[in-house]
Write a protein that binds this ligand. Structure first.
Ligand SMILES: Cc1cc2nc3c(=O)[nH]c(=O)nc-3n(C[C@H](O)[C@H](O)[C@H](O)COP(=O)(O)O)c2cc1C
Length: 203
């Protein structure tokens, strides 16, 4: 258990809402306190991809139904993406790390260029300026040259680029297995031990 760790999760409008749901659930199972921010298109993709019950206002019900009671090990608050006065917007707020999953090319650009137009972008900028862990999970294919350059710029600024690229060596059987793989990688990047997918044993 990594009880009590305070972590920010931004959810933007790239495809892959299941990655967001699985990551949030897994961090809650670890006993974290999460500060969640959904962009407008992040909310839309939750509905489009996870169904009509996947409303942010009913997030605990959605996660409990999909992933079970372990999510009540942790807690979360949801901030408005428009609220640039939220605690997350300040470096003095002790939120230790952040993941943006999935991360749209638009938000990637905003983070890479330090635009801070929304709370997600501002909180990411805070992570970079305070030298805290920032994990970006971009999803787009193919990628434009600006998108590639923005990933380099974000990596140079200190972010970890963790593309939503599930592997197949662990022999996934379901879509949930693919989401578990990406969520497991994110948890590893944030310093957690996790059992969401079997470790490669070199065979
Ligand atoms: C159904 C749908 C799927 C999308 N998939 C992606 C995607 O995979 N990657 C991406 O960068 N943008 C994708 N977009 C476009 C973004 O949602 C759009 O650029 C939006 O402005 C992103 O804003 P946000 O970063 O504030 O969420 C998608 C949009 C829709 C409606």
């Amino acid at each position: 258990m990594n009880g009590g760790r305070r972590i920010a999760v931004g959810v933007t409008g790239a495809s892959g809402a299941i990655y967001a749901a699985r990551t949030i659930a897994a961090l809650l199972e670890q006993g974290c306190h999460l500060e969640l921010v959904f962009s407008d298109y992040g909310k839309r993709l939750l509905l489009d991809e996870l169904g009509p019950d996947a409303r942010v206002e009913r997030l605990a019900d959605l996660l409990g139904t999909r992933y079970g009671p372990g999510i009540s090990n942790g807690s979360f608050v949801i901030h408005s993406n428009k609220d640039l006065g939220a605690t997350l917007a300040s470096g003095s707020h002790r939120c230790e790390s952040m993941v943006i999953v999935p991360c749209s090319m638009k938000t990637l650009a905003g983070v890479a260029l330090g635009l801070s137009r929304s709370l997600i972008e501002r909180a990411a900028d805070v992570m970079l300026k305070e030298k805290r862990r920032l994990v970006l999970v971009p999803r787009e294919t193919p990628m434009s040259l600006p998108a590639l350059r923005h990933q380099v710029a974000a990596a140079e600024a200190g972010a970890m680029i963790l593309p939503a690229m599930p592997a197949f060596y662990q022999k996934p059987q379901t879509i949930d297995d693919l989401a578990d793989f990406i969520a497991g990688k994110i948890l590893n990047a944030l310093g957690f031990e996790q059992q969401l997918f079997p470790a490669w044993k070199g065979e």
